[in-house]
Design a protein around this ligand. Structure first.
Ligand code: AMP
Ligand code: MG
Length: 344
């Protein structure tokens, strides 16, 4: 199959809408990462998302809408007052809410769960595509399963060339990490996956929030997480990644030592560091993650792909504090490292 890569324009959006209506796949930009979309109400179309990604069939998809009225047909019952408050404050935006699902949503979308994840994205091209299709669009991240999520159209092409008919190029993604996934089916909102909307923001909007304890640890043998996606080794570069956490000067000293030892052992090491620390590593090979958690969120997946392209097989990354966007950054970095975190 030939994969067309077209800049976002009224014509390419119209073409994308036609393809979605015809049961085909279209990759498109959102403010979080690039999504791989299909008609959310067509079980066959949804199945082809799993095939193109090589995604395990038990990992459910997020349904994307472009207007609030599109929510109620997808869910059973009414959103709670807390859900309403979150929708008012954070939609459109990088937040996904989980509701009991209606019969309209095929089991393929929710991987057989009786709940459905819904997001109203802020990116104008994502909204225009949903409008052009005239349908809700089911979309996971547009990477091959297990690879870092794509934050540029070139990343999508790398993973999906020959597998899908169209990639819409809208440039770099602003947030750079996937949406915050919040389970609204219990009393207090529960964060299953941290993302662009932080726990403090959610707390301020609805007075309470809990963070699923699986967010910052590896799963136990046989454990069934509330968010099935947590089960998989995600976002991973090919090389072994170790995260080093502690006071900045201790982290820098430890990473220099680890790098030198890896090099001496004949490996091809690489350091991922905050921009302010790059000079401290001298002539060792480094990639910058940006100046802070927000920049790190935007840069992280691209740098993990760069690490692969450079052939690095021993990666050492600085940690950031787990507050604000830091929780989402450390969740993704932690999973990429299979939670190999060294405390110094
Ligand atoms: P992706 O779109 O690739 O970022 O993956 C979607 C994420 O949302 C995965 O981590 C899923 O486990 C999670 N998710 C989607 N639907 C549900 C649901 N009904 N219940 C819990 N988690 C969900
Ligand atoms: Mg994904």
């Amino acid at each position: 199959m030939h994969t067309e890569l077209l800049p976002v324009s009224p014509e390419s959006i119209a073409r994308g809408g036609e393809l979605i209506r015809a049961g085909r796949l279209v990759a498109f930009p959102t403010e979080t990462v690039y999504g791989l979309g299909a008609n959310a109400l067509d079980a066959e179309a949804v199945k082809s998302i799993f095939e193109a990604k090589g995604r395990p069939g038990d990992n459910p998809l997020i349904v994307h809408i472009s207007a609030l009225e599109q929510l109620s047909p997808l869910i059973e019952g009414e959103p709670s007052p807390a859900a309403r408050a979150l929708m008012d404050a954070c939609w459109p935006g990088p937040m996904t809410l989980i509701f009991p699902k209606s019969a309209l949503v095929p089991a393929e979308v929710t991987a057989g769960l009786d709940t459905v994840a819904v997001r109203f994205p802020a990116h104008p091209a994502a909204r225009a595509l949903i409008d052009a299709a005239g349908l809700p669009i089911a979309a996971p991240s547009a990477n091959r399963s297990g690879r870092p999520s794509p934050t540029e159209a070139a990343h999508v092409l790398e993973d999906m060339d020959g597998r899908i008919p169209l990639i819409l190029d809208g440039g770099g993604c602003q947030v750079g990490l996937e949406s915050t996934v919040i389970d609204m089916t219990g009393g207090t909102p529960r964060i299953l996956r941290p993302g662009g909307v932080t726990p403090a923001q959610i707390e301020a909007i609805c007075g309470g929030v809990s963070v699923d304890d699986a967010v910052m640890r590896p799963l136990k043998e046989g454990e069934r997480p509330r968010s099935p996606g947590m089960k998989y080794r995600h976002y991973a570069p090919t090389g072994d990644l170790t995260i080093v956490r502690g006071a900045a000067e201790d982290v820098i000293r430890a990473i220099r030592g680890l790098y030198d030892a890896a090099l001496a052992a004949g490996r091809s090491p690489l350091i991922l560091a905050l921009s302010g620390h790059i000079a401290d590593y001298g002539d060792r090979r480094t990639l910058s993650l940006g100046a802070n958690e927000t920049e790190m969120a935007r840069a992280m997946f691209a740098r993990l792909r760069d690490a692969d392209a450079l052939g690095a097989d021993a990666l050492f990354s600085e940690a950031v504090p787990e507050d604000g966007m830091g929780l989402a950054v450390m969740n993704r970095l932690g999973r990429a490292a299979a939670f190999h975190i060294l405390e110094v």
